[in-house]
Ligand binder design. Structure first.
Ligand code: ADP
Ligand code: ADP
Ligand code: ZN
Length: 213
């Protein structure tokens, strides 16, 4: 089963993707994580995208499509969760083509709907474990012990450079201009299902589960 989690920055895509990985053995493909990894390891591409990412703008379609193409070549029997990809109509077209080239298809597109006001709070309270990638929040999902990851006991908790009010404003603008048209595109395809992302993490997970069954 291949699915897309679609929603604005901070909607909860990464959080829900990780649960699906644990529960269903699917593979999470987050272009944001891949780009951040390229930056950390100092590749030429990583250096090229750094300023664009910090400003909250989208990197080029060519780069992210290339990243996804590399990953899905190997195939995964339990399927992929596309998290933060596609973000533009050309990316959506490219994904359809890449999947069909690999004899696969898209089963569902899940919109996680969250209003803008809540996103500011989600983004400003977000931190993640640099060792295992678990996603936390200052108030809605704190670690049990301060500074220590519940999941892997690592002490490498980090905040993202782009999780600030300025960058979020640009990211939201990019979302409405370039990504939100995908909702209409997938609705017309008959693939779109929407869940209310303002509910707590477990309830959202249950609704996604129901939408997929
Ligand atoms: P969020 O979780 O806040 O939605 P991501 O981690 O998905 O953010 O993305 C962080 C940044 O990486 C984006 O602001 C953008 O610069 C870049 N990025 C990630 N995925 C894509 C994509 N599919 N197309 C273009 N840029 C992307
Ligand atoms: P995205 O990948 O869509 O950018 P994340 O999964 O990183 O979003 O979530 C953004 C922030 O909101 C994180 O700090 C996360 O812990 C928190 N969060 C995610 N889902 C919920 C929810 N349903 N209720 C409250 N907080 C949430
Ligand atoms: Zn961890």
């Amino acid at each position: 089963m291949n699915i897309i989690l679609l929603g604005p920055p901070g909607a909860g895509k990464g959080t829900q993707a990780r649960r699906l990985v644990e529960e269903k053995g699917m593979e999470q493909l987050s272009t944001g994580d891949m780009l951040r990894e390229a930056r950390t390891s100092g590749t030429e591409m990583g250096e090229k995208v750094a300023a664009v990412m910090d400003a909250g703008q989208l990197v080029t379609d060519e780069i992210v499509i290339g990243l996804i193409e590399e990953k899905i070549k190997t195939g995964n029997p339990a399927g992929y969760i596309f998290d933060g990809f596609p973000r533009t109509l050309p990316q959506a077209d490219a994904l359809a083509e890449l999947l069909s080239r690999n004899g696969a298809q898209l089963e569902a597109v899940i919109e996680i709907a969250v209003d803008d006001e809540a996103l500011v709070d989600r983004i400003s309270g977000r931190f993640t474990c640099g060792d295992c990638g678990e996603v936390y929040h200052d108030t809605t999902k704190p670690t049990q012990q301060e500074g220590v990851c519940d999941h892997c006991a690592g002490v490498n908790l980090k905040r993202r450079a782009d999780d600030n009010a300025d960058s979020l404003r640009t990211r939201l603008m990019e979302y409405y201009k370039k990504t939100s048209p995908l909702l209409g595109y997938y609705y017309a395809n008959g693939d779109l299902k929407s869940v209310d992302g303002l509910q707590n993490i477990d309830v959202v997970a249950k609704e996604i589960e129901a939408a997929l069954s």
